[in-house]
Write a protein that binds this ligand. Structure first.
Ligand code: HEM
Length: 502
C-alpha cells in the first residue's frame, strides 16, 4: 500500500471513530456520570483495590455514596451498596441481568454456557427449566429431605467417632456431604464420603477458584496475561481443574444417554436428555443437538460449584459462632428439645414452630455474608439509572457486606444477635427486607430453597445431638476471615460432646 492510501485509510478510521464517539456522547449528554474515585490511565483504580477488594469498596461507599463507579483496567464497575437500589437495579430492567464475560473461568472457554455465565434467551429458558425440574425432583420435597438426612447421619457418625477430641477442617467434611445430596438429585449416584474422585471434584475445584481469587485475580481484568504468564497468572491451574470437571461430567452425561428410558426418568440428567430428544427436529430450540449437551455439562458444573462450598462455609460459620456464643447455642437447644422431646429428628415441617431457629439462621446469613461482593451482573446495553449513565458492558456489583453491616440499617451490626429477627416478646420470627444473602431480582440464587432447607436440617439436628465448644487452641478465635470470593472463617478447632447418648 502506498503512503497516500495508508494516510487515507487512517484518516477515514479516525473520522468514523470521532463521529461515533460524538454520537454516543450526544446520546448521553443529559445523563450524569456516576461519582467515584479518580484512577490512573490504563489501570484505573487497580492499585487502590489491593488484596481485600471489599474493604476498599466499603470505604468508597462511605465516601461516594450508595452507587458509585470505579475502573479496573478497561472494566467499568458500578458498585451498589444500598438494599433498595440493589432490588431495583437487579429486578426491573432486563438489560442489567447480563454476566461479565470472563471466558477463562467457563467450563467451555469459548462459549458462555450453563446458568451462572450465560445470558439472554439461552439463560432464561434454561434457568426456568432448571427451577421447574429441581422443584419436581427435589428442592422443597420430602424425597430431598430424606437424602439430606442420609448424608447428615454420616456426618453425625463422624462427629460421634471423634467425640471429646479436637475437630478441625469442618468446612471440608461438610462440603463432601453436601455434594453427595446434590449429586443424587442430579445424577442418581452417591459417592462414599471418602471416595478419591469425590474428594478431587469437591475440594480441588472450589479451592483452586478461591486461591486464584484470593490472589487478586489479575486474569479476570487483564485476560491477556494468560499468554505471557500462564502458570503464574493461575490460568493453567484453573483450566486444569475445569478440563478435569468437563471430562467427568461429560462421561456421566454420555452414560445417561446410553441408558436413557423415557418411561423411567431417574434424575435431572435424564429429564434434560429427554428434552434434547424431543427437540431433535427443531434446530431453533435451546435444547437442540450437541450444544444442548454441552449446556447440560456446564449446568451440572455450575450446580456443583455454587451448591456445595456456599452451604458448607455457612455451616462452618455456624459451628464457630455457636461455639463462641454458648448462650445462643443453649437457646437453640432448648427450642429443639421443646419441639422434638429429644425423641425424634427435626424435620423441615417443624420450621414454622421454631422462631428462634429462624431468627438464628437469618443472623448467621447476615453475620457471615459469605459472598461479600455478591455475584456481578453486566449491563447488556447503554442504560439510564436514577439519572446516571450506565454504559454497555459495565460490571454491576452489589456490596452485600456493606448492606449487611450498615449501622443505619442494623444499629449494632458488629454484634451477633439473632434477637434482631424476633418480635419484641421473642415469640415470632421477624423478616427483614434488607437481607440479601442470596441477592435479589432476576438472577436470584436458584438454590436458595435447597440451601435454606439444608442449613435448617443440619443446624437443628447437629445441635440436638451435640454441644460444642472451642478447643483450647481456638479459644481466642476473634472471627478472623480468609478473604477471597467466599468469606470464610480461618480454621478453628472444636470439641463435641454427645448430649443425647452420654
Ligand atoms: C448459603 C448458600 C448460598 C448462598 C449464600 C448463595 C448465594 C448466591 C448469590 C449471591 C448468587 C448471585 C445471584 C445473582 O447473580 O443475582 C447465587 C447464584 C446462584 N446460585 Fe447460589 N447460593 C447458595 C447456595 C446455592 C445452592 C445450594 C445452589 C445449587 C444447588 C446454588 C446455585 C446457584 C446458581 C446456579 C446461581 C446462578 C443463578 C443465575 O445466574 O441465574 N446456590 N447464589
Amino acid at each position: 500500500m502506498t503512503f497516500p492510501v495508508v494516510g487515507l485509510v487512517v484518516a477515514t478510521v479516525l473520522l468514523v471513530w470521532f463521529l461515533y464517539s460524538r454520537r454516543k456522547s450526544n446520546k448521553n449528554k443529559n445523563l450524569k456520570a456516576l461519582p467515584g474515585p479518580t484512577g490512573l490511565p490504563i489501570i484505573g483504580n487497580l492499585l487502590q483495590i489491593g488484596k481485600n477488594p471489599n474493604e476498599q469498596f466499603c470505604k468508597w461507599a462511605k465516601q461516594y455514596g450508595d452507587i458509585y463507579q470505579a475502573k479496573i483496567c478497561q472494566n467499568l464497575m458500578v458498585v451498589v451498596s444500598n438494599p433498595k437500589l440493589c432490588k431495583e437495579i437487579f429486578s426491573t430492567d432486563p438489560a442489567f441481568a447480563g454476566r461479565p464475560q470472563f471466558g477463562e473461568f467457563g467450563i467451555y472457554e469459548d462459549e458462555f454456557l450453563g446458568i451462572i455465565n450465560s445470558e439472554g434467551d439461552l439463560w432464561e429458558v434454561h434457568r426456568r427449566f432448571l427451577l421447574r425440574q429441581l422443584r419436581d425432583f427435589g428442592f422443597g420435597k420430602s424425597a430431598m429431605e430424606t437424602k439430606i438426612i442420609e448424608e447428615l447421619n454420616e456426618v453425625l457418625g463422624k462427629f460421634k467417632a471423634q467425640e471429646g477430641k479436637p475437630i478441625t477442617k469442618l468446612r471440608e467434611t461438610l462440603r463432601l456431604a453436601l455434594v453427595n445430596s446434590l449429586w443424587t438429585i442430579l445424577a442418581n449416584q452417591r459417592f462414599d464420603q471418602d471416595d478419591p474422585q469425590l474428594l478431587k471434584l469437591a475440594l480441588n475445584t472450589s479451592d483452586t477458584f478461591n486461591e486464584l481469587l484470593e490472589d487478586g485475580a489479575l486474569i479476570l481484568f487483564m485476560p491477556w496475561v494468560k499468554y505471557l504468564i500462564p502458570e503464574k497468572s493461575g490460568y493453567n491451574a484453573i483450566r486444569g481443574v475445569l478440563e478435569e470437571n468437563k471430562t467427568f461430567f461429560a462421561k456421566v452425561v454420555a452414560e445417561h444417554k446410553r441408558d436413557l428410558q423415557e418411561d423411567n426418568l431417574r434424575d435431572f440428567i435424564d429429564v434434560y436428555l429427554a428434552e434434547v430428544r424431543k427437540a431433535n427436529e427443531d434446530a431453533n430450540s435451546h435444547f437442540h443437538g450437541t450444544k444442548a449437551e454441552r449446556q447440560l455439562v456446564a449446568t451440572l458444573f455450575d450446580l456443583f460449584l455454587a451448591g456445595s462450598d456456599t452451604t458448607a462455609t455457612t455451616l462452618s460459620w455456624t459451628m464457630l459462632l455457636l461455639s463462641k456464643f454458648p448462650e445462643t447455642q443453649k437457646k437453640l437447644q432448648q427450642e429443639v428439645d421443646e419441639i422434638t422431646g429429644s425423641s425424634r429428628k427435626v424435620s423441615v415441617d417443624d420450621r414454622p414452630n421454631m422462631p428462634y431457629m429462624n431468627a438464628l439462621l437469618e443472623e448467621i446469613l447476615r453475620f457471615s455474608t459469605i459472598v461479600p461482593d455478591g455475584v456481578a451482573h453486566r449491563s447488556m446495553s447503554d442504560r439510564e439509572f436514577h439519572g446516571y449513565h450506565i454504559p454497555k458492558g459495565a460490571i454491576i456489583q452489589p456490596n452485600l457486606y456493606y448492606i449487611h453491616f450498615d449501622p443505619k440499617i442494623w444499629g449494632d451490626p458488629e454484634n451477633f444477635r439473632p434477637e434482631r429477627f424476633l418480635s419484641a416478646d421473642g415469640t415470632k420470627f421477624k423478616k427483614n427486607e434488607n437481607m440479601q444473602a442470596f441477592q435479589v431480582g432476576r438472577r436470584q440464587c436458584v438454590g436458595e430453597t435447597l440451601a435454606r432447607d439444608t442449613l435448617f436440617l443440619y443446624i437443628t439436628n447437629i445441635f440436638q445431638q451435640f454441644s460444642t465448644e472451642l478447643d483450647a487452641s481456638s479459644k481466642d478465635h476473634d472471627l478472623k476471615v480468609e478473604v477471597g470470593f467466599i468469606r470464610a472463617p480461618t480454621d478453628y478447632s472444636v470439641i463435641m460432646k454427645d448430649r443425647l447418648n452420654k
